[in-house]
Design a protein around this ligand. Structure first.
Ligand code: ZN
Length: 360
């Protein structure tokens, strides 16, 4: 059987060893911007070691929950469960945040806590009587093989009522503060954006035939360095030192506030309105691959869910000559479809983006 190369492990594999790789992770709502030159092994590692840092990042997780965009587990993510130290100050109880679709707000859930006392008894701290009864019941099943008897249940309810009165008074006096500490690794989020950029170049190369020769792309030194860094990250090797790659690429992440320096806000609003009219929503990803100078550089703009933007400059790349001025794409996270936009629509709507980018 004919073998071909995987663009990450660089190994020759048979057709059956490959599957569909989502350039923008499917957890962000993408079913059509895909490539088929990534082997199954690499695909699964990319998801768990690289994509996840972006899809579950504080930039995007809130909007994912709001848009019901499910992850690999098939579940809509809890927001901030990855945040460390997200606990109530009083009693040190764990906290999670979940989007409440019906009320259109984020609900805070304070988890119950079980404390083992020295005399062998346990103390249960919870927000509702049902939670306490459930915990007591489950513990008894685990220990004795059967749950609480009616008599035990009644005794427990009585005790809860009694404690409630004293605790309520206490809580009103002291209040409950929630302590949140957010930790994230910006480098890992940047690598996830770099992965998208790397795959986009292969996507353009494969889908548009002659624009970029795939073989030439593969042989570019810069492209090989990107592959190397992503591969090392994927297999959990921490040897890659970022300073060695400064001459090959730059990745920066921009919030909307940062972007205001670059672009004319009115033009962007106009552009967003126009796209919103086409798609009927405002939850799309925007990509533009730009060749705006003659210095063998390619600029890739990736804006995800209309929230966070990354600007990636890929340097000293010979094939840049063959790339058109602008290749804009939109992926609609609702229909999960990809739409290619005419370059002149983009330049008309956001001319400043193209002109002012370079001087950074
Ligand atoms: Zn592979």
């Amino acid at each position: 059987m004919e073998k071909r190369l995987c663009i990450f492990c660089d190994e020759k594999k048979t057709q059956n060893d490959f599957n569909k790789e989502h350039i923008i992770p499917d957890a962000l709502g993408n079913e059509s911007l895909i490539i088929d030159c990534v082997c199954k092994d690499c695909n699964s590692l990319l998801g768990s070691r690289i994509d996840v840092h972006l899809t579950d990042s504080f930039y995007l997780i809130g909007k994912r929950a709001k848009l019901n965009l499910k992850g690999k587990s098939g579940k809509v993510p809890y927001i901030l469960t990855n945040a460390t130290g997200m606990k109530t100050v009083e009693n040190n109880r764990g906290v999670s945040l979940k989007y409440n679709k019906r009320k259109e707000q984020y609900d805070i859930r304070v988890h119950p806590k079980v404390i083992a006392e020295e005399d062998g008894r346990i103390r249960i701290i919870a927000s509702t009587a049902d939670e306490i009864i459930n915990i007591a019941n489950t513990r008894k099943i685990r220990k004795k093989g059967k749950g609480l008897s009616d008599k035990e249940r009644l005794a427990l309810i009585e005790e809860i009522e009694k404690n409630k009165k004293t605790n309520e008074k206490k809580e009103n006096r002291e209040g409950v503060a929630i302590n949140i500490k957010l930790e994230y690794d910006l480098r890992k989020i940047e690598l996830a954006f770099l992965k998208i950029a790397y795959e986009l170049l292969y996507f353009i190369s494969i889908s548009s035939g002659d624009i970029i020769n795939t073989e030439k792309l593969r042989n570019e030194e810069t492209i090989n360095k990107i592959r190397e860094v992503l591969y090392l990250e994927m297999i959990g090797n921490e040897d890659a030192k970022d300073e060695n790659y400064d001459n090959y690429w730059e990745v920066s992440i921009k919030t909307d506030r940062d972007m205001e320096e670059f672009i004319n806000k009115d033009n962007v609003t106009r552009f967003e309105k126009e796209i919103e009219q086409i798609l009927g929503n405002n939850n799309w990803h925007f990509i533009n691959i730009l060749n705006i100078n003659k210095q063998k550089e390619i600029l890739i703009i990736i804006r995800l869910l209309n929230i966070v933007t990354s600007i990636i400059v890929i340097k000293s790349i010979e094939i840049a000559d063959g790339i058109p001025f602008s290749i804009p794409l939109i992926v609609d996270s609702t229909s999960k479809r990809c739409i290619s936009l005419q370059a002149d629509i983009i330049t008309k709507l956001i001319p400043n983006l193209v002109v002012s980018k370079k001087r950074n």
